[in-house]
Design a protein around this ligand. Structure first.
Ligand SMILES: C[S@@+](CC[C@H](N)C(=O)[O-])C[C@H]1O[C@@H](n2cnc3c(N)ncnc32)[C@H](O)[C@@H]1O
Length: 218
């Protein structure tokens, strides 16, 4: 049997479903420390009224209020999430706010129905999605010319800041199943979309990667 923290480990759907079945009830509290990074990530999407934005691996919907505010009543927010327990919380959020233009689908990104054409895509703390070639291919296929894509989350800190990697390892143990790609989580997506701008965060233990698709498409 492969050790769970094997640096080559690919995403494991069953393990991920179990992980979030256990965490869903406490998740919003656990993420509190990272909320400034979420706000920064959504700001980098430069949302405009009427945009369609995809929130992939949307979890309990913590990004939904910011995304809905960005696209307004005339835009569309689509959340895709594979964990039934996590998306149930997102659904409660949507219902409580009374948003009619926020749609949620329970499915893995890599095998969900085709994604709608998007002006913006958010992948916040969704390392397992970023390490799935099929998911990344679908994301690239959904992008409209000029679309903005932001991926953010944990990464291994540079060698000079090695003590931070204890913190990254604990976070990773709770949050992801693919230990591959933690040195540069954006690599597969960059293979499809081209080079991106990287902003380091949390002393190098987190990152924010962003792309703008050329006017001619991805
Ligand atoms: C750390 S949480 C992040 C949730 C949310 N993006 C946020 O910012 O709070 C990772 C989420 O990705 C979901 N996930 C992991 N792999 C997925 C996949 N292949 N397709 C859809 N959702 C996935 C998990 O179920 C979990 O809810």
């Amino acid at each position: 049997m492969r050790h769970r923290a094997d640096p080559q480990a690919a995403p494991d759907r069953e393990a991920a479903l179990q992980q979030y079945r256990r965490r869903a009830w406490l998740y919003d509290l656990e993420l509190a420390l990272f909320e400034p990074l979420r706000r920064r990530a959504v700001a980098r999407l430069a949302l405009r009224s009427g945009d369609t934005v995809l929130d992939l691996g949307c979890g309990t919907g913590l990004s939904l209020p910011l995304l809905r505010a960005g696209v307004g009543a005339n835009g569309l927010v689509v959340g895709i999430e594979q964990s039934p327990e996590m998306i149930a919380r997102a659904r409660e959020r949507v219902q409580a706010a009374g948003w009619r233009n926020v749609r949620l689908h329970q499915a893995p990104v890599e095998s969900a129905p085709p994604l709608p054409a998007a002006d913006a895509v958010l992948l916040h703390f969704t390392h397992d999605v970023l390490q799935q070639p099929e998911a990344v291919a679908r994301i690239a296929a959904a992008l409209r010319p000029g679309a903005r894509v932001v991926a953010s989350g944990l990464k291994w800190a540079p060698a000079a800041r090695w003590p931070l990697n204890g913190f990254v390892a604990i976070g990773a143990w709770h949050s992801l199943t693919a230990w591959s790609g933690l040195d540069a989580p954006w690599t597969l997506l960059a293979g499809r979309l081209g080079s991106c701008e990287i902003e380091p965060a949390l002393g190098g233990a987190a990152y924010l990667a962003r792309w703008r698709v050329a006017a001619g498409g991805a």
